[in-house]
Design a protein around this ligand. Structure first.
Ligand SMILES: NC(=O)c1ccc[n+]([C@@H]2O[C@H](COP(=O)([O-])OP(=O)(O)OC[C@H]3O[C@@H](n4cnc5c(N)ncnc54)[C@H](O)[C@@H]3O)[C@@H](O)[C@H]2O)c1
Length: 322
């Protein structure tokens, strides 16, 4: 294969992030764009090139790999059609909405001929790669995790539970995947939730126990503020506290005093600081070398399973065991 021809479905915010990255990638070319609002695809084409397609089928005829960058509720259907057309697929998070659709998409992805990668970009962010490196040399005991938003208004569909599947699917799922990446598989959880500003549960407190014996508390609100850091993992190990602050920096305090070292990434370009450049490069690597993608359909499925289990625990008031 000369260059991987990339087709982007959904040329809104994240479609343009990936589009800009692939326009600079020498092993790929942005060949086709499709959006149900044609002006959006036209605007993207003016900045990074690519053929503006008037249907999804036209797009599928003009690319090797499809990026699914549309709102959550459309992922299963669009990603399934792309697999059926024999394409490599990069599906933005969430993998799917609802356990039945997630299982269906997992089967379809596993039966496909190409690579299927899910857009859990944070795994590639330098802050979280560093945390994983630290934890490889030290045994973490427990953690406190937070993932908040200031609002569910931008883009407008983020406040519509029929489109997102729920706040946990839209935002919190990022750190659900991160927990598995850092701390392994989960054994059980119990969750509490309440509703305040939006017509859905918008505030969550969860306790997770992992198969390794590790455990953590997790707070997530869609109605707090964007106060820095809206996303943080504090990990506790033997005489050690490691704390991440969004994708900006990681603080490492070792020993019995209060001193700490800070690694900061604020000078790293945002698309790299948030891991988008690296995940896009990894997708091309997998396509060209035939190696499994670093974030698989199964990883996507498991993050959906966690979301559904948290909602189920809140509904029943019971623990969920895996
Ligand atoms: N990984 C991340 O950090 C990250 C960041 C933002 C968004 N996302 C995810 O990416 C997806 C898109 O989010 P966004 O912020 O770019 O939204 P957006 O509203 O900015 O863009 C979505 C685009 O999809 C188009 N669209 C809608 N339905 C379509 C369809 N059936 N066919 C073709 N085009 C369609 C819309 O017209 C719009 O241009 C969501 O699932 C979101 O959760 C991931």
């Amino acid at each position: 294969m000369d260059k991987v021809r990339i087709g982007i479905i959904g040329t809104g915010f994240i479609g343009n992030v990936h589009g800009r990255i692939y326009s600079r990638e020498e092993r790929a070319v942005v060949s086709a764009l499709y959006d149900i609002v044609p002006e959006r695809a036209e605007r993207t084409a003016r900045s990074i090139g690519g053929r503006v397609c008037s249907s999804r089928d036209e797009l599928l005829d003009n690319c090797d790999a499809v990026l699914v960058c549309t709102p959550n509720k459309t992922h299963t259907e669009i990603a399934s059609a792309a697999v059926a057309a024999g394409k490599h697929v990069f599906c933005e998070k969430p993998f799917s909405i609802g356990i039945d659709d997630a299982r269906r998409l997992l089967d379809i992805a596993n039966g496909g001929s190409g690579v299927f990668q899910v857009g859990h970009n944070r795994r590639f962010a330098p802050v979280y790669a560093k945390l994983k490196e630290f934890l490889a040399d030290d045994k973490a005991h427990s953690a406190h995790i937070k993932m908040n938003r200031g609002e569910l208004k931008n883009p407008v569909w983020t406040g519509d539970v029929n489109v997102t599947g729920g706040f946990l699917y839209e935002t919190t799922i990022h750190l659900f995947d991160m927990m598995r990446f850092q701390f392994g598989e989960i054994e059980e959880l119990i969750a509490y939730g309440s509703q305040h500003e939006y017509p859905e549960l918008d505030e969550f407190s969860i306790i997770f126990k992992f198969k390794s014996g590790f455990h953590c508390t997790f707070a997530s609100s869609s109605d707090a503020s964007w106060h820095f850091p809206f996303e943080r993992i504090e990990v506790f190990a033997h005489h050690r506290t490691i704390m991440t602050e969004e994708m900006e920096r990681i603080l490492d305090s070792r020993g019995m005093d209060a001193n700490f070292e800070t690694l900061t990434f604020h000078m790293t370009e945002k698309e790299e600081r948030w891991g988008y450049v690296q995940e896009d490069r990894a997708f091309i690597d997998s396509i060209l070398t035939g190696t499994p993608p670093p974030v698989s359909a199964l990883d996507g499925f498991k993050s959906v399973e966690l979301v559904e289990s948290v909602y189920a625990s809140i509904r029943s008031g019971e623990r969920v065991r895996f």
